[in-house]
Design a protein around this ligand. Structure first.
Ligand code: DP6
Length: 349
């Protein structure tokens, strides 16, 4: 016999960034973070997990290519889910599994990203969240979403936020065992659905410094990181929660841009310095800043993760269409420097 489950999970974009761990093994952060989960049609991972007594070992394929599970991030999530597996019975198939027997059964995992392959937008967040969720379903795990988020966290920090749609906060927690370092939903996906997210693909190259090693270097060497985590982020998180609750785009945009800029300032403050943004990223920031300034009130927010691609958040479809026009005018696709990829609503293209 063979049991199978499939799930799909979108990636998330942080508007208050997670950067720095206080515990590397458990993946516990130095500050809270807040993100928005994209809708599932774009930038999502689809994962199928199968279990059968005929499988001699655990195996995994990512986008059709087999990858090693040994000592990896998927392995820690697999171990945590196995611990929580429950008795299972499928009368039709005549399958009965006692909770203690799940550990003796091996799994096969096949995961696909629907990210445009040339876009350099690979994200472990969607993949790990999807894996935890789907494996949990297969192994009859009954834990709530908070608990599932803390398992996904042990695969990759940002993955814990993809367990929910809408706006999500990852509470850093205080305990040494990480049991209170979980994600909570601040507002569901219907709460502020006028927002349109455009991702401007600036470079399709793989990033040079991974988030994991970049943030390790920042924790060890950047004095600005300590100040940011202890003094800036706590009050910024409260203001961001308020802005989201009230759909206050002006505050939301100001906080989002400021937090992205401070995160990249921490990268520059790291020794040796880390450069994730390039000249095109800087030109996009100038374009948005000038536009927002000339209108007297923010039209668009920008945020950049550990790479040069711009994530642009427009207040509504009309502004998004206007933004796209500007991007295509200032960064014509023929200069190959930037091609725009629209997430959210294809009709604007
Ligand atoms: C810049 O979650 O990829 O995107 O926990 O080491 O797997 P690990 O790091 P990861 O870091 C994401 C960093 C970020 C900001 C964010 O998503 O909050």
């Amino acid at each position: 016999w063979l049991l199978m489950a499939t799930g799909r999970t979108p990636t998330n974009i942080a508007v208050i960034k997670y950067w720095g761990k206080r515990d590397e093994a458990l993946i516990l952060p130095v500050n809270d973070s807040i993100s928005v989960t994209l809708d599932p049609d774009h930038l999502s991972a689809t994962t199928t997990v199968a279990v059968s007594p005929s499988f001699p070992s655990d195996r995994m394929w990512l986008n059709g290519k087999e990858i090693s599970l040994l000592g990896g991030r998927f392995q820690s999530c697999l171990r945590e889910i196995r611990k929580r597996a429950r008795d299972f019975e499928d009368e039709e198939k005549g399958v009965k599994i006692k909770k203690e027997d799940w550990g003796k059964l091996h799994v096969h995992i096949a995961s696909y990203n629907n990210f445009p392959t040339a876009a350099g937008l690979a994200s472990s967040a969607a993949g790990l969240a999807c894996f935890v969720f789907t494996l949990g379903k297969l192994m009859n795990v009954k834990e709530d979403y908070g608990e599932l988020s803390s398992i996904a966290r042990q695969g990759s920090g940002s993955a814990c936020r993809s367990i929910y749609g809408g706006f999500v906060k990852w509470c850093m927690g205080e305990k040494d065992d990480g049991s209170d370092s979980i994600a909570v939903q601040l507002a569901d996906e219907t709460h502020w659905n006028d927002l349109v997210i455009i991702i401007a693909v600036v470079s399709s190259k793989q990033k040079e410094t991974s988030s994991t090693s970049g943030m390790r270097d920042s924790v060890e060497t950047s004095p600005l990181l300590q100040y940011r985590a202890q003094t800036v982020v706590p009050s910024r998180v409260l203001k961001m929660e308020e802005a989201i609750k009230n759909r206050d785009f002006e505050s939301f945009a100001k906080l989002t841009c400021a937090d992205s800029n401070q995160f990249h300032a921490v990268c520059l403050d790291t020794s040796p310095p880390i450069f994730y943004m390039n000249d095109t990223s800087h030109r996009i920031i100038s374009l948005v800043e000038k536009w927002n300034h000339s209108e007297g009130t923010p039209q668009v927010a920008y945020t950049f993760d550990a790479g040069p691609n711009a994530v642009l958040i427009a207040q509504n479809r009309k502004t998004a269409a206007h933004l796209l026009q500007k991007l295509l005018y200032y960064f014509p696709p023929q200069d190959k420097d930037l091609s725009s990829y629209l997430v959210g609503d294809k009709s604007i293209l």
